[in-house]
Ligand binder design. Structure first.
Ligand code: NAD
Ligand code: DAU
Length: 353
């Protein structure tokens, strides 16, 4: 079962597993919150080894039936509330989904797998934000860095990581965790920096840069992350944590200028035209200065490495949004929610409540 399958990263992971592993029966589970979009999965919806189920990880009765009836053997857990700004405005849904939802899933996996023999894995997808914020010359986050989450989002993810480890240490649940840096690529909801700014440049709307744009993020293409998830799932050691990142630190303002330059070229606009949309706005409260991942454990022990350069990945990402304007339009108008009704309402195999 892949949770959060209709979200940004979840949809790339689901597509990759469904395509690469025809013998796996993939249950794609998602509540289809504002961030879940079945259009992200429309190219694989008829594959024999793919089965979408709409459900809430916080609904333990529903999830218990799903575990039993579908004989869930492994979990790749991506379902979460994921946007820092939303967590500042409304923290409680983050605590519910990320902390309680993850805890319910852990307990169901334990219940279900205790009674069976065989190999299982509960793979929890987490974030580098659990480690807090680095100074400009403050080195890198590695797997031993002490947790220091500073936003409601990162505190909820840190809490879920602790729960995962607690179920491992206390009950022997077979788990693995990876903590990844900022992803970008196709299908990302246009509230996050890169897709929001691509959309605003297309529409000639202001580009709201928080503070002075000097915060630093370590950007990784979503397909490189999906590949890391595949490798950790198959080769990661039980109970271990792996940091995943791109060795690709950029100041926000530099990412934004590169984006503006590429979009001027692709949209046939005058060089410098999109940069005029930049507007410095009030900073995000508690804005973490810098994230940077030391991914050498995954590189050395699992032979994972990113394939995309940032310039190539960003250019292809812009191309995807320009070629999929209807996706962007459906998301920004809200009509993407109709896709579920049209395609799935009578086809989704609901578990009897
Ligand atoms: P996203 O917001 O695009 O997708 C999250 C998905 O979870 C959505 O499809 C949503 O409908 C689903 N969901 C939310 N609540 C649910 C619930 N109660 N039950 C079932 N499904 C529910 O997020 P994303 O960017 O794809 O991130 C996926 C995971 O990866 C998250 O756990 C996030 O913390 C982690 N992560 C993200 C990044 C990043 O840069 N985006 C980096 C590192 C780690
Ligand atoms: O590091 C991994 C994390 O990366 C993931 O765990 C989160 O799920 C994901 O949302 C992302 O968090 P960030 O807060 O770093 O991503 P975001 O795209 O929201 O912002 C990136 C940077 O850009 C950050 O420094 C804030 C800034 N920003 C963001 C937005 C949306 C702006 O300046 N203006 C904006 O409008």
């Amino acid at each position: 079962m892949i949770t959060g399958a209709a979200g940004f990263i979840g949809s790339h992971v689901t597509r990759s597993f469904v395509t690469k592993y025809p013998n796996y029966k993939i249950i794609a589970l998602d509540l289809l919150t504002y961030a879940g979009n079945l259009e992200n999965l429309c190219d694989i919806e008829n594959k024999a080894n793919y089965d979408f189920v709409k459900g809430d990880i916080c609904d333990s009765d529903f999830m218990r039936k799903l575990f039993v009836e579908r004989n869930i053997t492994d979990v790749i857990h991506l379902a979460a509330e994921s946007h820092v700004d939303r967590s500042i405005a409304d923290p409680f849904v983050f605590i519910k989904t990320n902390v309680l939802g993850t805890s319910h899933l852990l307990h169901l996996a334990k219940e279900s797998w205790d009674s069976k023999s065989g190999d299982h894995i509960f793979y929890h997808i987490s974030t580098d934000e659990v480690y807090g914020s680095l100074e400009l010359n403050g080195g890198f986050f590695n797997e031993s860095t002490a947790y220091d989450p500073r936003s409601p989002y990162s505190a909820s993810k840190a809490s879920s990581d602790h729960m995962v480890r607690a179920w491992h240490h206390t009950y022997g649940l077979p788990i693995v965790i990876s903590n990844c840096s900022n992803n970008y690529g196709p299908n990302q909801f246009p509230e996050k920096l890169i897709p929001l700014f691509i959309n605003n440049i297309i529409e000639k709307k202001a580009l709201p840069v928080y503070g002075q744009g000097l915060n630093i993020r370590d950007w990784l293409h979503v397909e490189d992350h999906a590949n890391a998830i595949d490798i950790v799932f198959h080769k990661g050691q039980m109970g271990e944590t792996y940091n995943i990142g791109g060795h690709n630190e950029w100041k926000n303002i530099d990412v934004i200028h590169l984006l503006c330059k590429l979009m001027d070229q692709k949209l046939d606009r005058k060089n410098g035209e999109s940069a005029q949309l930049i507007k410095f706005v009030t900073d995000r409260p508690g804005h973490d200065l810098r994230y940077a991942i030391d991914a050498s454990k995954a590189e050395q022990t699992l032979s994972w490495k990113p394939n995309y350069s940032f310039e190539e990945g960003l250019s292809k990402t812009i191309d995807w949004y320009l070629e999929n304007k209807s996706w962007l339009q459906n998301v920004t108008t809200g009509s993407y929610k109709e896709y579920y009704k049209k395609q799935y309402l009578d086809r989704t195999k609901e578990v009897n409540r």
